[in-house]
Each structure stands twice: as C-alpha cells, then as structure tokens.
Design a protein around this ligand. Sequence first.
Ligand SMILES: [Zn+2]
Length: 327
Amino acid sequence: MKPSIFFALALALAVLALALGGRKALADAEGGWHTTEYGGLTVTALSDSTGSMPFTLFYDITAEDFAALAKAGGSPSESEVTSWINAFLVKKGNQLFLVDTGMGAGPSIVPLISAAGYTPEQVTHVLITHFHSDHIGGLLDKDGNPAFPNATLYTPVRDEAYFMPGSGPGVNGTELARKVTAPYKAAGKYQAFEPGAQIAPGVKSTSLWGHTPGHSGFAFETADGPFLCWGDIVHAYLVQFARPEVTLSYDVDRPAAAATRRKVFNEAADGRYLVAGAHLPFPALGQVLRKGGGFVWSPYQTSAPADGTAAPPPADGGQAPAPPAAE
Ligand SMILES: [Zn+2]
C-alpha cells in the first residue's frame, strides 16, 4: 500500500502530521541514496519519501486526459500519480552543497547523507529552492538546532518576503519558515539571495518563479555542461512533461508556473542540461527531450549523454535504488 495522502506543501500542522504519518521510508527499504559523477561534480540524490497526487490537485487538464496520461505511463491508478520528494548533495571541490532538505521529520535525509559517506557537518551551503515544507522541513534536528551546523543557509529573497512578512500571521507556511530559519539567523549563517545571484564560484541561482514568488533553481557549471537543480518545475512527471501547461493547487501563480516550466523545458532540451528534480522519480537525474509537441523525461542512467558515449555506471549505496513501489 502506498500512502494515500501527500504532498503536504506546508499547510496546517494537522495536515503535515498526517502526511508525515503516511510517508514511505525508501531509505530503510531501498538504500535511499544514489551517487553519480558528472563533469567534475559528485552528485548524490537523497530520497526523502514518496507520495501520491490525486487528480483533484490539478488544474488545466480534464479528468479524461489526466487518466490517459497516467495509464500510458503505467500508473496503477488513473485518478492519481506518484510523486517523489528528493534532495541533492553536490560536492564541488572542497565545498558540499545541499539543495533542499526534504520533509525532515521521521525518516530524514541525514542518515542518508551519512550512509553516502558524508557528515551533516561537512555541508558548507544549504540551498533552498522555495519555502514549502517538503523542501525546508529537514533544516533542523530533533532538538530544534541546525541539522547542518557549519553550513550557511541560502534562501530566495522573494520567498522570504512572501512567507516571512515582518509581522502578522502571514500565509500557509509562514510559521514553519520562521521556525526553521531562526536558528540559522541566530548563528549568523543565513543569506537571502536575489534572483540570479551568484552563490559561489560556478554556482548560480536562477529565478523559476510561479510555483512560489521566489522559486529558484541552482545551476552548476561543470566540465560536461550545465547541471540544473530545478526544484518544483515538475510535480507529476507522467503529466507535466507531455502537458507543460498543467498546473496544480500548490502553485501560487499558476500561469507563471506554467510559462516558466515551458521556458525551462526548452532551455534544458536545447542546452542538454543534466537536470535534478525535487519530485521526479528517484534518483531524479536526467535530461529533457522533445517529443512531438511536448517533452519527455530521460533518466540519466539510461540516456546517452551529450557526447554519445555510454553513461558511466552509477555508484549505489549498498543496495541498488529499486524502482519506486508505484511503478
Ligand atoms: Zn515541492
């Protein structure tokens, strides 16, 4: 049985607790981490959890079209599709970047980081794509201290303004955003970045606004071309590659989210980027290819890289990352 609820993108605590209770612990059963060498980077995908997204969350698509795409993609249900929650650890020289932190409680990415051969103390930069709970939920340990004590936390300034207004109740997610950022601010390890800001040499933010006002990607320059961590450009890969215009209720600005998705798909396909997606099938590394009038997702392990040579064999964490239960 897979969890029935999900994608609690930072709503009421009760909703959050219910979602956490329904999480599937890939980490325990299937390894939960996966390392790939790419262009001088060592990229480790971390599987926080999986869940299902019902049709009722989606906009700009009919139930019939949704069902047809789900069925064509092998989904066991035509009224919901599986989604994943991933974070990414990127080693670049002697710097260790963590892109997003998962939901955090219960099974968390910290044991996965250790299993992959790193320690939380080695993380130098925590890069947050946006302030939803499935991205910032893992910032603190169980005692409320920074889970990555030596890292500086980087957050998009436009999400900071939206989720952490100076006073007042704010929006759904405000309470969590204030809570998880406070210890980093108190330690002097917090930076809000402007759209397009250079985070570190060879690491740049890119505005992907729409899903949230500050939603951002992180582009790493590599010897083999760009590597883009694109956060929530895609929530439901069986649906949104074929139909980039499809949005969902979590999008703060749905038309902007759809326009940004199409723009990024085009750029990624033209530039043959290696992409990492927070909600793509673990280990969630691959390329965007054009097909007909739409796009398709090509997982890195099975796709030919830009130079046409065989992709290197992945290095896995003890146990090979089995396909998700829903497949
Ligand atoms: Zn998300």
